[in-house]
Design a protein around this ligand. Structure first.
Ligand code: FAD
Ligand code: NAP
Length: 549
């Protein structure tokens, strides 16, 4: 499935008025936008429904201060069109939310996508008619559309999570969630602010909120590993060089473990001398960002290798925190480095040296309640004026769970997944013919550059649709055996790594009552693409090919 840009951009007729279509796509983030373009260009009629009033998905909603991508901008953008990738110019190594949203709006205009999207409309159910093998899709605005294919581009990180803090609704001040940040500027000047949560969203926003707030209280339950992003403006020379060599950069990304052109050290961690190991960590640290966990290829498999990376990390972080007791609290000791997504920051740990910032460790003294004036932990009350919830998402399954998806024999997807999500390749589910998931459980998804991942999924789905049509089939449906085998393979691969050692959202551990299973394919982006390509080349091995009624 290694590819190069082939598509040209151009206007296609709008289909928002049709109620019988070839395909319904749910969501207009990166995945939904590309799906609309791709399906249209192969002659399908398409309706896209988007709950938000605009395109953008993640980048429409997550407008908190400091929100940026953690995959380099020049990689975190569409690759399918050489025209698009040459015309757009990124200004920073890691683009801001605003710049990414501008890019997505530009793409939507450039490809004439808006007319195919019905905004402010949430899909509430999708029900299979077993006779016709068509889906009936119903929205919260009362629309009903029937489609042969349903593509869930609903996002792995689009269902924001607000913990059930007793009394939260009694708080008299302002409350913000990082994933639902207001569109108007928020001014914390002169205010006592609390941020609850120290994942990627908290860690990106805390340094900027601290600059404004009179006092900032950071409520941390579990410290996270965070590596300086090393963000900076891109120079005109760099951009020109990247554009001249985009094909090679993309080729490396498609053949990589994570969808960006990173190459790990050629040797294993313990095969090199202490000096060489340190030099490799230093080089990667200076480059900045999440790829620190891939300095050596065995860091996520071998405990000794991981410990070398962790020790290096600890030394770097301790060096920038003035108070050693604070450093003890801010440095994780409960999970191997990289087994939760590494955060990337700009001056996060330095922020705790400020006199107006207090770290409130709630590991042993949990938040018990929120009242009109502030937050009560089990030992103290904190008076605050504003509250920021950086408390994450019901990841991978949350957005799908909210839709009543009914397949064969009236089976509901959310009931089928009660013990954990079941998919084949992360793309199909037994009992749900022609329902496709994008960047869902069972795929590498959030372990890879998600823009390329979305392109790969949509291309695979588009090819599958082409295959069905060319061979006179109505539908394709994962067999129960292929789903069982794929889950077993995903589990087996995860168990061979250090990932299951962390209470991460990859494991569903952040949502009370959610089954604890590792929800991703961990074998690497390129390896996954090869498997998907082999399945297709073998006539969609593991799927039943169904004739119409
Ligand atoms: P989304 O962008 O989540 O879009 C899904 C859309 O579906 C949403 O607009 C939602 O409103 C809509 N939707 C959901 N349910 C319904 C429904 N029932 N009816 C109608 N509409 C519905 N990934 C990376 O690879 N690199 C990064 O640097 C990176 N940074 C991130 C930063 C933040 C703050 C967050 C939260 C995530 C980040 N991610 C990153 C992951 C990010 O989610 C993906 O990169 C990507 O944007 C997902 O695109 P998508 O189209 O699959 O889903
Ligand atoms: P997250 O990583 O799940 O972090 C949520 C935080 O809230 C955690 O610190 C968690 O603590 C805390 N929390 C939840 N419930 C709590 C409670 N009851 N009491 C105290 N603390 C509580 O969510 P996120 O920061 O939004 O990030 C999610 C993912 O989105 C990231 O991993 C990443 O993939 C993506 N993202 C990327 C970027 C980027 O840099 N480009 C930015 C933001 C998000 P515990 O750990 O103890 O549960």
């Amino acid at each position: 499935m290694a590819r190069r840009p082939t598509s040209t951009v151009g206007a296609v007729s709008n289909s928002a008025e049709l109620d019988v279509v070839d395909a319904v796509v749910v969501g207009a983030g990166f995945a939904g936008l590309y799906a609309l373009h791709k399906f249209r260009s192969q002659g399908l009629s398409v309706r896209v429904f988007e709950a938000a009033p605009e395109v953008g998905g993640t980048w429409y909603f997550n407008r908190y201060p400091g929100a940026r991508c953690d995959v380099e901008s020049v990689d975190y953008c569409f690759s399918f069109s050489e025209e698009l990738q040459q015309e757009w110019t990124w200004t920073e190594k890691y683009a801001t939310q605003a710049e990414i949203l501008r890019y997505m709006n530009w793409v939507a205009d450039r490809l004439d996508l808006r007319g195919g999207i019905t905004f402010n409309t949430r899909v509430t159910s999708a029900t299979l008619d077993e006779q016709s093998l068509r889906w009936t899709v119903v929205t919260d605005t009362g629309e009903t559309v029937t489609a042969r294919f349903v593509v869930m581009a609903t996002g792995p990180l689009s269902a924001a999570l607000t913990p059930a803090f007793p009394g939260l609704d009694t708080f008299a001040g302002e409350v913000y969630h990082t994933a639902h940040w207001p569109h108007e500027p928020v001014d914390f000047t002169g205010k006592r602010v609390a941020v609850i949560g120290t994942g990627s969203s908290g860690i990106q926003s805390i340094p900027l909120i601290a600059e404004q707030a009179e006092h900032l209280y950071v409520f941390q339950r579990t410290p996270n590993f965070s590596v300086p992003a090393g963000n900076r403006p891109l120079t005109a020379e760099e951009v020109a060089e990247i554009k001249a060599n985009y094909a090679e950069r993309r080729r490396l990304s498609w053949r990589s473990g994570g969808g960006s052109p990173h190459i790990a050290h050629p040797k294993l961690t313990m095969e090199v001398s202490a000096e060489e190991r340190r030099a490799a960590f230093e080089r990667r640290w200076d480059l900045g960002g999440v790829l620190f966990s891939k300095t050596f290829s065995d860091q996520m498999i071998d405990e000794a290798a991981n410990e070398e990376a962790r020790k290096f990390y600890e030394e770097k972080v301790r060096a920038v925190i003035d108070d050693p007791a604070l450093a003890d609290l801010l440095i994780p000791n409960d999970h191997p480095i990289g087994t939760k997504r590494i955060c990337t920051d700009t001056n996060y740990f330095q922020t705790f040296n400020r006199p107006n910032v207090t770290l409130v460790s709630v590991r042993n003294t949990p938040i018990e309640s929120i009242d009109p004036t502030g937050i009560a932990t089990s030992d103290t009350h904190y008076d605050i004026d504003a509250l920021v919830l950086a408390t994450g998402f019901d990841a991978m399954t949350g957005a799908l769970d909210k839709i009543d998806i009914v397949g064969r024999d009236g089976r509901r997807l959310r009931e089928d997944w009660a013990d954990g999500p079941r998919t084949y390749l992360g793309l199909g589910v037994d009992g749900f013919p022609n329902l496709f998931l994008v960047s869902g459980p069972g795929a590498p998804a959030v372990l890879a550059n998600m823009v390329l991942h979305a392109e790969a999924h949509i291309d695979w789905i588009a090819d599958a649709i082409g295959f069905l049509d060319d061979h006179g089939y109505a539908a394709l449906e994962a067999t129960p055996e292929s789903v069982d085998n794929w889950i077993a393979e995903c589990n087996q691969r995860a168990e061979a790594t250090l990932f299951p050692k962390a209470n991460s959202w990859y494991m569903g551990a952040n949502v009370p009552g959610k089954p604890r299973v590792f929800m991703l394919f961990i074998g690497g982006f390129a390896a996954y693409l090869d498997i998907c390509a082999e399945v297709a080349a073998a006539g969609y091995k593991g799927f039943s090919l169904l004739k119409g009624a």
